[in-house]
Design a protein around this ligand. Sequence first.
Ligand code: FES
Length: 214
Amino acid sequence: MTAKETKDSKKTKKHEKKPEKHKEKHKELKGPKEHKELKGHKDHQEHKEHKKPKEIKEAKKAPNKPKKPHIDAVMVKYERHPQHLIALLQDVQAAFSYISPENLNLICDYLGVPVTQAWSIATFYKSFSLEPRGEHEIKVCLGTTCHLKGGERLVECCERDLGVPRGRTTEDQKFTLETVNCLGSCALAPVVMIDQDYLGGANIRTLKKRLEKK
Ligand code: FES
């Protein structure tokens, strides 16, 4: 083989290796400098579309919370008649998780009922709340059977751990703690209801464990 042929052969080998090397290099590209080098490469567009870490962080920070409707959007479903008072109160309670004094006044104006009437209904039924409710509702049963089986200790445990007295909502609006007279499951006493789930035969350990999951 002549010297020229040897030189040409080396050149060809070098050329053959190039695509592999090139590929590897682009795999590792991360920083702005390397980003510049990618320009013109077919993967450039894809690389450009990658979300920056800051954007990803911000997207994580803002979870898609369902938007609350405006009170008008709730009221407009009903005719302006006092007979719809309870139904409208229920809808407002469900939409906002409580009935604020402002909303109560708006409902009364809309239906043409005295505020005192709406107020007495809202305070009479336990399903209505005039204070903001927590994301999770804890109902500790203090009916006779549950009381005898340690219901009171369970309420005290919640009060201590959540830092709120019974009947109130935590500052972060996560939990509302309540006591009830009977949850209708006396055979499972003591019973605690967290949202829609019953915790039968509850004790401090199982209660804490359940709350930690929330
Ligand atoms: S007394 Fe607690 S469920 Fe009946």
